[in-house]
Write a protein that binds this ligand. Structure first.
Ligand SMILES: Cc1ncc(COP(=O)(O)O)c(C=O)c1O
Length: 469
């Protein structure tokens, strides 16, 4: 059986069906086998595809028939305008980073690593094993399977200094990716209408989740060394906020890593104001020239709500992440998780655990570090050579992105469009600002496909900047 022959049969039968009246009987499988000189399996496969397309139906023991075409009436959704009213927040369309790219594009706009950076063999083997395990047929606990909870807790515990109580497995809530965890945290700990401090720029998905939760965003400027702790203190004081969302390690989009001093000072501020630090450790597996140092490892009083994802480092198809939180905050987040999604697929949890506890995982991470280093440096060198007027705000010690400031007068929309006509996709920085953008920025991701094309991409970026300025 080949896909090609069943595709050929499907195409031919579609033409036949289009000309046939509803209820017409298809030739028997045996005569189709003879007509197309194909195997019965191939013919059956073609019939299944046509059934899936709603074009035919089979009546067991009688035959296969052309289905009646339902006439398509124009739908009228006008009534919904009155029922829904205007949206509380302007809903954004598809974020730039999630746009699909054609195969020949140089895609610097995305957020998820290319498959050559993923532990493909580990993922495939783990999914096969998980499919044979009990978790393929059972319901998982709301907070996650205990072994995976224990692994997430142990990871953070390994960074916890003596004298601080390490997190326990029971503090962990497993999630289907960290994005929905952010929504839960904002709903459960901040709640609608209340203020949330957020670094600016910051992850567009956190801005989106907070906005959807009805939370009021209070931007805190963040530079190459992170936010100024005094500004954070002042914002807590002035707004009465009780939470600060931040990425202390390899922030998306800037790549910033807080110094130990900044981390300690911000933790002190958060404690002083009886508040939470929502620490998004999304790039924990993407250290390049430094190692990540979670702020949560310094806290055992429940001030830091820690979120860690495996989605980008293990596989975008294996969406598994976790929140580590303590006290009533953890209970409130868990209640929100139960309401939102009940529990995470046991197969995914079992596979994720299999991968991260496999001896091959650590060697994969070591290899990944080298690959990210050479990709990052190739993109930086190429930009320095071909686009000298673009300013790199920081050589990121980790993460997947460069945050580039374009010359002040750049029309960002025109720049993005012009790059796109030359098949180079970049993400407009506007999406990472919780308030007005402070300049024309773009984010370039160096973990996408085809790093060999970086010099060409930089040449096009440089040429475009020259042309439109
Ligand atoms: C900072 C940050 N947090 C969270 C996420 C969401 O990750 P996940 O795929 O685990 O939902 C992303 C994805 O781009 C991110 O950049």
């Amino acid at each position: 059986m080949t896909n090609d022959s069943s595709t050929r049969i499907v195409a031919d039968l579609q033409t036949w069906i289009a000309a046939a009246p509803a209820g017409a009987k298809l030739p028997s499988t045996r005569s189709l086998v003879a007509r197309y000189e194909a195997s019965p399996v191939t013919v059956q496969k073609a019939l299944r595809i046509l059934t899936g397309q709603g074009l035919i139906e089979s009546r067991p023991g009688v035959g296969t028939f052309v289905r009646a075409v339902r006439t398509a009436r124009p739908s009228d959704y006008g009534w919904q305008t009155g029922a829904l009213g205007s949206p509380r927040n302007r809903l954004s369309s598809e974020p730039a980073t999630m746009r699909a790219a054609s195969v020949d594009a140089i895609a610097l706009h995305g957020g998820y690593p290319d498959r050559e950076l993923l532990p493909e063999r580990l993922v495939r083997a783990a999914l096969a094993r998980a499919g044979r395990s009990d978790t393929a047929l059972t319901r998982s606990p709301i907070a996650g399977i205990p072994e995976l909870q224990a692994w997430f807790a142990a990871e953070l515990a390994s960074a916890t200094p003596t004298g601080i109580t390490a997190p326990q497995a029971s503090d962990v809530i497993v999630l289907p990716g960290s994005q929905s965890g952010l929504s839960s945290i904002f709903r459960a700990l901040v709640t609608g209408g209340r203020p949330l401090l957020i670094e600016s720029p910051s992850y567009w998905g956190a801005i989106l989740a907070a906005t959807q939760a009805g939370v009021r965003l209070v931007p805190i400027a963040s530079g190459p060394s992170g936010p100024d702790p005094d500004h954070v203190a002042r914002a807590f004081e002035e707004t009465g906020a009780r939470a600060f969302y931040a990425q202390p390690n390899y922030a998306n989009p800037t790549g910033t890593q807080w110094s130990a001093t900044t981390a300690q000072q911000i933790l002190d501020v958060v404690r002083t104001y009886g508040a939470f630090l929502v620490e998004d450790d999304w790039a924990h597996d993407f250290g390049i020239t430094t190692n990540p140092t979670p702020v949560a490892a310094q806290d055992d009083n429940g001030h830091v709500v820690y979120i860690r994802s495996l989605t980008k480092s293990v596989s975008p198809a294996l969406r598994v992440a976790a929140i580590i939180a303590r006290g009533p905050a953890r209970d409130r987040i868990l209640a929100d998780r139960a309401a939102a999604s009940m529990y995470v697929s046991g197969i995914l949890q079992t596979a994720a655990l299999d991968i991260v506890t496999h001896p091959g995982w650590q060697s994969h991470l070591r290899g990944l570090r080298h690959q990210l280093l050479s990709r990052r440096d190739l993109l930086i060198t190429s930009l320095t050579q071909h686009a000298p007027s673009a300013h790199l705000t920081l050589i990121p010690p980790g993460g997947l992105n460069l945050w580039l400031r374009l010359p002040e007068s750049t029309d960002l929309t025109a720049f993005i469009r012009e790059c796109e006509t030359h098949n180079v996709l970049v993400a407009p920085g506007t999406e990472w600002f919780p308030a007005e953008p402070t300049g024309p920025y773009v984010r370039l991701n160096y973990s996408g496909p085809n790093p060999g094309a970086y010099p060409e991409a930089a040449r096009i970026i440089g040429h475009t900047l020259h042309q439109i300025s």
